[in-house]
Design a protein around this ligand. Structure first.
Ligand SMILES: NC(=O)c1ccc[n+]([C@@H]2O[C@H](COP(=O)([O-])OP(=O)(O)OC[C@H]3O[C@@H](n4cnc5c(N)ncnc54)[C@H](O)[C@@H]3O)[C@@H](O)[C@H]2O)c1
Length: 492
């Protein structure tokens, strides 16, 4: 199957325009941009590019759909539509995994068994909240009758990154829709295709026109969403720098609600009491999964001194045994970086690491002679004043160092502005729980890495974010709570 055939399947229609009001339309100014296959560097296709004017049109369509249709659709019907969408995604799982792999570069096999099941789980988990999003009656113990209502916010903006295009789409759409909101979603400029394929499925599932609008574009479209006066909430996932600009835009426009899922520089702590084989396997997954393009990437690994040499040897052996290459090859685990810009940025960090005096233990070079592949790269002899230990690299680059005491491990784990995730490896349950409880991170994995669940809150401490996604509490961030107070002394 050629890339073009994948994009055209299954109806013959091409998914390369803006999806507004359940129609695929060109942008107002006719602008288009290229989306590139990162494993070859060649253009897959061009896609209509949303400008601020297109966002305005989408917001008006969404507002109209909210006021005239969606507001009046029952919660159970909203749940039914989400279940239907999940079924259609399950039906077209291989096509979606192929598009994701083609546009992003992630391994096709991994997209099938990890990304797509997460997407389906998200839609089904939140569909299950239909008829369960209720207010409450409050006993005031006086002459008042108090109750609360949970109402949708209205038009919600969603801006997502390139690393998990479909997962991030589902984490935003599912809670927004089940709570009765309408959505304008902007996929990342590097990976617009899978969201547009989902747009076709949204129409097929029977969502009314205007309820979901998908507008590919660049920063201009994102800025238009963040500062739009009719958008009541923006849910953003991406870099901390852009997250800060979203917060500023929200505060200087209409004070829209904001949730931010941002970057990380997550520590992995491996104690001598760990199962070494398991620790090697999971720490590898922690950094090299998705070519290191994970917000949670375990890019700083701290190993207890007594097992450091053995761990390093085994980790290097494991890294060398993992297949890097064509994402459509069944054996492949690590594909290319998503774009030339990301490739150049990661290679520049590798140069910085060398110049800062870290020891390059393995990798550090381009892999192959086409596309944006980078060898799995390991640095040792590092310290927290180095740029490669402080900044998010977003590539297959890990820094490994040794520690002597628990306190030292925790102290060094905290030497970062981020706080998205952390991991602890030990067979000592008391140590595992005590260290996990102390770590300042939104998720702490014990003897595993990168496992998420729709029912578990996900988000960051410190500069890794604002608020949480997933879990039942995320529904609060998509609803307004209204208190109604009735004076019982006035007969009605
Ligand atoms: N915490 C999480 O849940 C999570 C998950 C995935 C990725 N991330 C983070 O995402 C980043 C990588 O993704 P990226 O490079 O696509 O991030 P990015 O911040 O460059 O872009 C994210 C999105 O924001 C848009 N955008 C860019 N500039 C904008 C602006 N000024 N105003 C509004 N929108 C703008 C982009 O077009 C894209 O759609 C990493 O920092 C990673 O850690 C976080």
């Amino acid at each position: 199957m050629t890339p073009t055939e994948i994009i055209e399947l299954p109806t013959g229609q091409k998914v390369e325009r803006l999806f507004i009001n359940n129609e695929f339309v060109e942008s107002i100014d006719g602008k288009r941009f290229e989306t590139i296959n990162p494993s070859t560097g060649k253009v897959i296709t061009t896609v209509a590019e949303a400008s601020a004017n297109d966002i305005d049109i989408a917001v008006n369509a969404a507002e109209n759909a909210f006021e005239n249709v969606w507001k009046h659709v029952s919660s159970s019907e909203r749940g039914r539509l989400l279940y239907k969408l999940a079924d259609l995604i399950r039906r077209d799982l291989k096509i979606l995994a192929a598009i994701e792999s083609l546009d992003n570069g992630k391994a096709f096999g991994v997209a099938q068994v990890l990304d797509l099941p997460i997407v389906i789980q998200s839609f089904e988990y939140f569909a299950g909240f239909s008829e369960k999003i209720n207010g409450e009656v409050i006993d005031s113990s006086d002459d008042r009758f108090l109750y609360t209502r949970r109402e949708p916010i209205g038009v919600v903006g969603a801006i997502i990154p390139f690393n998990f295009p479909l997962c991030m789409l589902s984490w935003k759409l599912a809670p927004a829709l089940i709570t009765g909101n309408v959505v304008i979603l902007k996929p990342a400029e590097q990976t617009p295709l899978s969201a547009l394929y989902v747009a076709k499925l949204i129409k097929e599932a029977g969502f009314p026109p205007g309820v979901v609008n998908i507008c590919p574009g660049w920063a201009e479209a994102g800025k238009a969403i963040a500062s739009h006066m009719k958008i009541g909430k923006v849910a953003f996932t991406g870099s901390t720098a852009v997250g800060k600009s979203i917060l500023r835009a929200a505060s200087t426009s209409n004070m829209k609600k904001v949730t931010l899922e941002l970057g990380g520089k997550s520590p992995t702590i491996i104690f001598a009491s760990a199962d070494l084989e398991e620790a090697v396997k999971w720490a590898h997954m922690g950094i090299f999964f998705n070519s290191g393009q994970c917000c949670t990437a375990g890019s700083r690994v701290y190993v207890e001194e007594s097992i450091y040499d053995e761990f390093l040897e085994k980790f290097k052996e494991h890294a060398a045994s993992i297949k890097v290459g064509d994402p459509f090859n069944k054996e492949t685990y690590q594909g290319p970086q998503v774009s030339k810009e990301q490739f150049d940025s990661v290679m520049a960090y590798i140069e910085t690491g060398k110049n800062e005096g870290a020891t390059l233990e393995m990798g550090g070079k381009r892999h192959g002679d086409q596309g944006y592949y980078i060898q799995p790269t390991i640095f040792t002899n590092v310290n927290e004043s180095m740029k490669i230990m402080r900044e998010e690299i977003f590539g297959p680059v890990v820094a490994i160092d040794k520690f002597k005491t628990v306190d030292e491990a925790i102290e060094r784990a905290h030497m970062t502005d981020y706080g998205l995730a952390a991991a602890v490896f030990t067979k000592d349950i008391n140590k595992a729980i005590s260290v996990a409880n102390k770590l300042k991170a939104g998720t702490v994995w014990v003897n595993c890495y990168n496992l998420t669940h729709a029912s578990a809150p996900f988000g960051g401490y410190k500069e890794s974010g604002h608020g949480r996604e997933n879990g039942k509490n995320v529904l609060d961030s998509y609803t307004e709570v209204k208190t109604v107070c009735v004076n019982l002394n006035v007969p009605i």
